[in-house]
Design a protein around this ligand. Structure first.
Ligand code: HEC
Ligand code: HEC
Length: 421
């Protein structure tokens, strides 16, 4: 109530003061005009230069100014036109550089200088600080093993190299990639898709909000920019294919060694075991170690005897086309054995003649067979998303293509291998 009254009084007072001030000003104006009527000549009658000065001296002066300002425009405008594209591309480059920097921070783990505890997503922990590939601990659930009675199994799931990922998901030439040209739209789209949605059923989580992850589209695009900036040279990407084969052969050889060492250790434990329970546990271990020897030997034999096509398939294709290949570990009998080679996982099964149905033709292995050629083109280049391939395939864009990293002989080898699966 008091507030209302004071507010009213205040407004009232202010109004009175305002009226008084206006009245005062008006009164002053009226009275002062009366007191001192000053004769002012109208503006349009003010005397100016005479014609002589106006048309010579004055005109020249004005024209001089005009010349000066026109010259400034004449110099600055073309200069602006010349500098503008450079400014724009520098701006775009700076924009890209900042995106790469942010992407590097997102990618890093605490082993890397770009690491920031509040921002980093630790991609490097699985994919390697050098992005050359790594592994992630993962639990294979009974459902994933297709056996509800089975026990969950802890495995190590191979995480692919990311410093060659743009050579696999590609739609621009190796030269363009080497120049970091920006026109690999299809590849960028695919890598964005993978990062956004992850790979369900594998350790690769969804990072984008659309996939249920924590990061917005800006962060995902920063990661893509970073990955693009760390791609190795085309020659290195090609050489990596051979190195992967050697690494597989080494893995097969060392698996048998490891399995033998494990068996020896398990036997020692058994000999040292005193109690009945300890003996029982040690016996199980020995049995598993023996099983692992059998598996490791079979694995080594398989790799030793593998054709070039099969070796390439094992190193580049099996992680998607063979169930359990990504966590294959013959030294551990607890880890489920991989399914039949090419039996299908993330990518479809290629066995049982399905490849020949998709890419038909006789003789199957003849490079002149139309189906062979179509398959060659599919493995090498692929087709755009949602476009058809083979007899009834529709590309989802999820399959990488190998024309940038395989030689023609290598594509031939892997195609021939697949046509005989
Ligand atoms: C917990 C481990 C883990 C983390 C963390 C992780 N990834 Fe992955 N990522 C994987 C695995 C495993 C795969 C392969 C999945 C498969 O076998 O299909 C993969 C696949 C990918 C692929 C597809 C590569 C290809 O050739 O198929 C890309 C791209 C990728 N990850 C990017 C990232 C980025 C970027 C981050 C960080 C934001 C990240 N990953 C974090 C484990 C991880
Ligand atoms: C990242 C996972 C992935 C990798 C690695 C991969 N593929 Fe695929 N592949 C797929 C997917 C997914 C499809 C289904 C087509 C699609 O979705 O576009 C497919 C389809 C195919 C088909 C057609 C099968 C059909 O019946 O339609 C062939 C042939 C094939 N892949 C061969 C290969 C070869 C050869 C390699 C290795 C050099 C390879 N793939 C590596 C995921 C993969």
């Amino acid at each position: 109530m008091t507030l209302a009254i004071t507010l009213r009084t205040l407004v009232f007072t202010v109004n009175i003061i305002a009226v008084l001030v206006i009245a005062g000003v008006l009164a002053y104006r009226v009275l002062s005009v009366r007191r001192a009527p000053k004769e002012v000549e109208p503006q349009n009658l003010t005397p100016f230069y005479d014609d002589e000065t106006l048309e010579n001296e004055h005109l020249t002066r004005v024209l001089r100014w005009t010349l000066l300002f026109s010259s400034i425009v004449a110099i600055v405008l073309p200069l602006y036109w010349v500098l503008e594209p450079g400014r724009q591309s520098a701006e775009a480059e700076g924009f890209e550089e900042r995106a790469i920097e942010r992407g590097a921070t997102l990618y890093a783990n605490d082993q890397m200088p770009e690491y920031d505890a509040a921002k980093s997503l630790l991609c490097a922990t699985c994919h390697g600080t050098d992005s050359a590939g790594g592994s992630a601990p993962f639990v294979i659930t009974p459902e994933a093993q297709g056996d509800t009675e089975a026990r969950p199994v802890q495995v190590s799931w191979a995480a692919p190299a990311l410093d060659t990922v743009f050579y696999r998901f590609n739609d621009c030439t190796a030269e363009e990639l080497a120049e970091e040209a920006a026109n690999c739209a299809r590849a960028e789209q695919q890598v964005t898709q993978i990062i956004t949605y992850g790979r369900p059923g594998t350790p690769m989580p969804a990072w984008g909000i659309a996939g249920g992850g924590p990061k917005n589209a800006q962060a995902v695009s920063d990661l893509v920019a970073y990955l693009k900036s760390i791609q190795v040279s085309p020659a290195q990407a090609k050489a990596q294919v051979g190195k992967d084969v050697v690494a597989l052969q080494d893995q097969a050889a060392s698996a048998l060694k490891t399995a033998r060492q494990n068996l020896a250790a398990a036997r020692e434990d058994l000999a040292a075991a005193e109690s009945v329970t300890a003996r029982a546990a040690a016996e199980i271990k020995v049995a598993r170690a023996e099983e692992a020897i059998v598996r490791s030997r079979a694995f080594k034999t398989e790799v030793d005897r593998a054709s070039q096509g099969k070796l390439l398939f094992m190193t580049q294709c099996a992680r998607c086309h063979t169930n359990g290949w990504s966590y294959n570990d013959p030294t551990n009998a607890l880890v489920p054995l991989p399914g039949p080679m090419g039996g299908g996982a993330f990518g479809p099964s290629l066995t049982g003649g399905s490849v020949l149905e998709q890419f038909p033709g006789e003789p199957a292995d003849d490079p002149k067979t139309p189906g062979y050629q179509k398959q060659y083109a599919w493995v090498g280049e692929g087709v755009e998303n949602n476009k058809g391939y083979g007899v009834r395939g529709i590309s989802s864009g999820r399959m990488p293509h190998f024309g940038q990293i395989f030689t023609q002989d290598q594509i031939d080898a892997v195609v021939t291998y697949e046509r005989n699966l």
